[in-house]
Design a protein around this ligand. Structure first.
Ligand code: HEM
Ligand SMILES: Nc1nc2c(c(=O)[nH]1)N[C@H]1C(S)=C(S)[C@@H](COP(=O)(O)O)O[C@H]1N2
Ligand SMILES: [Mo]
Length: 412
């Protein structure tokens, strides 16, 4: 015997009831061929299904989606801050936290979403499929919500696994716009279902004790699965747990100089230029231009900062970086270190990450370095030798490697 939330029939107008009756009478029953095997409301019978279970899973998903949406929005703003938004340079590890939370919460969503879809499975076979225009709109919004949720979670997991091939769209743009779609559909869904959820969660349960146990067992299993996913992946950003990170795409301690590499010099095609003895870092500002060779760069006053690389893909790792504060280079070419905006460019010929803009909050910060050393040694070629940008509280994609050119601009 399968129990699942019955359509609520209270509060419907006579008109809508007449429409439903007409609809039901004129609609042929679904062909038998479409109601075999798993394609039946009782295809996966379970006593654990109930409106209480569906509501409890819904609340958990509401929380994880809200966390993903807000942290995702922050990441979007930090990557390309619009005029009205200032992304600060402190606290140093803020982006590391928000983006680590985004990916960890997204991954914990996987078992929750699976269980939720399973819990509403019998609804797919309701007949007639829609009862009124309002009901049709509501079901359409649920279809959008399910599609958008699957799109976000599957796309996110593919992205952090760096398996881009199944995504024929630019991940960030698709993920960003579908996030709005998902949240819009979620709000509509919550608006419609809130009374039913409250009723299911507050009324004393009429489940027989055996059903209550199986529902609780299922919830416990889902919670354990979400916990296990978190525990085996969060080590990609929480260093003490890195040993457990067996399902994480990255470990924060594996790579040259004990730090992961996002893109190697080989793949970026910069090895020859980066190793060329004729290398110069060209710095341009209001007072003119200087071309600094390695000896000149090492001759400037050196500073050291412990700062994380916090990749948008959710892994992060701390390094001890040494080099020249960016503000000193700004001053060297006549810029105002308190107000300037700086554009840095890589030796890389093309690619999305060859250049980035450093806003005034980060230029001003004495921890923002043109780093020449990592952990006391010259930078490894794959970490950006001969020079890279490293700044506090900055998404990894903006920590430009293999710097070739720095241009000081007046802040608009
Ligand atoms: C398994 C689940 C998820 C994973 C692994 C994941 C992963 C990611 C990653 C790696 C990024 C950075 C993209 C980049 O800048 O290159 C990102 C950004 C973002 N995510 Fe997710 N995500 C997941 C679920 C979600 C969900 C459920 C939502 C919203 C409801 C969401 C909303 C966003 C938004 C708005 C951004 C910012 C996109 C931008 O910069 O334009 N994510 N996510
Ligand atoms: N020129 C250049 N800089 C770059 C990249 C790149 O592809 N090209 N990748 C960025 C990304 S996505 C990250 S997470 C960090 C990683 O730095 P790491 O490889 O030293 O760990 O470098 C950033 N700097
Ligand atoms: Mo990254």
């Amino acid at each position: 015997m399968v129990r699942h939330p019955q359509p609520r029939v209270t509060g419907r107008s006579a008109g809508s009831r007449r429409l439903t009756d007409w609809w039901r009478a004129s609609l042929p029953a679904p062909p038998e061929a479409l109601r075999r095997g798993p394609l039946r409301p009782d295809g996966f019978p379970s006593r654990a299904r109930s409106s209480r279970l569906t509501s409890q899973l819904g609340v958990a998903l509401g929380v994880t989606f809200a966390v993903c949406f807000l942290t995702g929005l922050l990441s979007h703003l930090a990557l390309d801050p619009p005029g009205w938004f200032g992304w600060p340079a402190r606290p140093v590890g803020l982006y590391r936290f928000t983006q680590g939370l985004h990916v960890a919460t997204g991954l914990a969503t996987v078992p929750l979403l699976g269980a939720k879809l399973w819990s509403v499975y019998p609804h797919l076979f309701r007949w007639p499929p829609v009862r009124s225009i309002a009901h049709a709109v509501e079901r359409a919004s649920v279809a959008v919500l399910v599609a958008a949720a699957l799109f976000q979670v599957v796309g996110g997991v593919l992205n952090i696994s760096r398996w881009y091939a199944p995504m024929p769209y630019f991940f960030t743009a698709g993920h960003y716009w579908v996030a709005w779609l998902a949240v819009g559909a979620l709000l509509a869904h919550v608006g419609v279902q809130l009374p039913a959820v409250r009723a299911a969660l507050t009324r004393p349960t009429d489940e027989p004790p055996a059903d209550r146990l199986s529902r609780r067992g299922l919830l416990g299993g889902v919670a354990a699965a979400a916990g296990l996913v978190t525990l085996t992946t969060v080590g990609q950003t929480v260093r003490p747990l890195s040993g457990l990170a067996v399902l994480a795409p990255r470990r924060p301690d594996v790579g040259p100089q004990g730090l992961p590499v996002n893109r190697t010099a080989q793949r970026a095609g910069v090895a020859a230029l980066a190793l060329d003895p004729a290398y110069r870092l060209v710095v341009t500002g209001p007072a003119g231009q200087v071309a600094l060779d390695l000896a000149a760069l090492h001759g400037l006053e050196q500073h050291t900062a412990r700062l994380p690389i916090a990749c948008v893909e959710g892994w992060s790792a701390t390094g001890r970086w040494s080099g020249v504060p960016l503000r000193d280079l700004v001053a060297l070419v006549g810029g105002d270190p308190e107000r300037a905006t700086v554009v840095v460019e890589s030796l890389e010929a093309a690619g999305r990450y060859r250049t980035s803009t450093v806003g005034p909050a980060h230029v001003r910060d004495p921890l923002t370095l043109v780093a020449l050393r990592l952990g006391g040694e010259p930078l490894h070629l794959d970490h950006g030798y001969p020079a890279r940008l490293i700044a506090p509280n900055r998404p990894g994609v903006l920590q430009t490697k293999w710097l070739g050119r720095i241009t000081v601009r007046e802040t608009p």
